[in-house]
Design a protein around this ligand. Sequence first.
Ligand code: MOS
Length: 756
Amino acid sequence: MTYAAPEPQANMGQPIPRVDARLKVTGEAKYSSDVDVPNPAFAYLVTSAIAKGSIKAIDESEARKVDGLIDILTHENMKDAIKQVPFMSAGGPAATSIVPLSSPQVWHDGQIIAMVVADRFEAAREAAHRLKVTYTEEQPSATFGSHGVTEKAYTEARSKEKHENPAVGDFQAAFKTAPVQVEGSYATPTQHHNPIELFTTTCVWNGPNLTIYEPSQSVTGLAHGAAAELKLDPSQVRVLSQYIGGAFGSKGGITPRTAITAIAAKRLNRAVKLVPTRAQGFTIATYRAETRHEVKLGATKNGKLVALSHEGWEVSSRPDDYTVAGTDASTRMYACPNIASAVNIVSADRNTPGFMRAPAETPYIYALEVAMDEMAEKLGMDPIELRRVNDTMVEPIKGLAYTSRSLMPCFDQASKAFDWGKRNPKPGQTRDGDWLVGYGCATACYPTQMAPASARVRLEANGTARVDTAAHEIGNGAYTVVAQTAALKLGIDVSKVKVEMGDSTLPPAPVAGGSITTASVCNAVAMACDKVIGRLSSGKNTEGDHVMKEGRLVAANGEKEELAKAFERIGAGAVEEYAEFVPHGSKPGAMAQVYKGISPIIGGTRDKDRIAFAFGAQFIEVRVHARTKEIRVPRIVGAFAAGHIVNPRTTHSQLMGGMIWGISSGLHEATEIDAKRARYVNANLADYLVPVNADIGSVDVILVPEVDEKVNPLGIKGVGELGIVGTAAALSNAVYNATGTRVRDLPIRIEKLLAS
Ligand code: MOS
């Protein structure tokens, strides 16, 4: 076994290489804008240079002189062309309710205000730069503390499902009398996903039917949403998204560019290809909202939590109450009899934020886990022991049992591998030459969520199979785990399974978000395979009770039959079965909603009778230069338990990627905003800091065996988001251990340490 492909332990499948690896490394895998369409015209976006106000005039005269220019779409010729579809929080598929080109109004910096279409990309860009736009500008509000922002409780939000603040007991009274108290304020910055693949869209009409090539985490959602926007029947729209070059949540909702591109293609009766710039990606899609937190913890002298309060504030746009409300998770991690929580939305003149890898847990568990470290220090207790004393198999708000919870086994394995025993609990004491050395740890968690999913499996007599499901390969390894699940069930080699995904005409699957894909889709695939096996065994006296192994149908009594024989016996050319997996707790009609492009996510903290989470433990060593305060991270160790691991290689990859991004979120990444103009000032990959190889030292990922017999039939918990959660807290705690300075607002940068 290798670093990338860990030895499978109990309840883990084989670490097979990705089935699409060769296509990707050879460049054969076609990403949306790579797809050849006949005679495309090229579109270029013009975006607003102000954050609030309206367009006074657009002078097209210079742009019209560009050779090859075909069309200019602005609010003047596009008014009413696009029907608004509901925003996500209101139960719809739209990432924003702002509809550009529907009026001269400007809601945020970088809003789409025109699309220029030309014969060549360069001509479109040239003409776009020649458009002269004049504005009536108003003073925008950028962020927390800006003049003109408004604040409201999340319970008052314009969302379809009203949020309930988790609470139990009497926090105020318990906190007041708690022998040991900790209070902390924490902050996390605006961050952008920056997937390497840009937010491209190509639209091709064939008579009344539209094909959209666009990287999407929800092809069914995009097809239905775009149909609604364009006043088409959903059957007229097909979305193809077979390979996606990074998404992380940014490609989950419908952005305005799609419908505009489709209308441009319709007007021209020609395919239109849009490739926006990296900078435009900062404002035409979504991002991780800036947050603030107040955490209060009260404990007994032996470390038992008696009071916990978490209040959060999140920046959103003016029209959309986008909120992540990570208090749903942060109030349920530890046993505690008295809990209070609240979430507030601060509306500013910004583009609407959206999901970004562990949207809720990344900021909220960061705040909780730094507060836990502060509590451990005040108690004079080891941070691991503080988690152990408060570990629970039952969440404290409603008393619901975890389907499984291996938090302490994760801490035990990670701390051992990390050699935590060497840590000096007194900060600022450990030195290696000019470098101050610090150790920190934190809990990782992610709700195990699912949504209904469907799949079709066809097995042929020659032992080849095909799986169809409108799921998504966002780099997560979805093609691989789906192929592996079918291969295992059908008793054939994984190379004999062809998987089709990323096409809205396939059996619907939910959004590739909330780490739900493997748990949701693999269960549907396994069910369809079981039906295939059932068909093959039909008519036998042992009917129904069969498995498939090594190309044979095997009865419970051990009787074996070659596949070709079984096909002959039932007189079939191929066996094709369709199955729907509807997870525990789903409301009636949930699968029908998936058919309409909606993903009714269930599980996590959403069930009435149980709670489901995957857990982990993160350990980080930092070295801070005593004089310059340069921060290095030589090593990180994470141990994670997530039920049945379909593929230790793809799981390792997901967790490692999450941990590295966690370091990045704690140390590097922040989208800087000009507070006066409410404009992003580092909207490019040169100024938006992300770690490079030299910033990342040793990354040790430990997969902790776990069996969960309740969570879903295959016992799978998602891992896509788990690895990023808690990392920034572990980092922050390590920096404190090294220096004695608590930086409570991310990212932790040299200047913040120098200032203390
Ligand atoms: Mo993920 S942020 O739910 O795509």
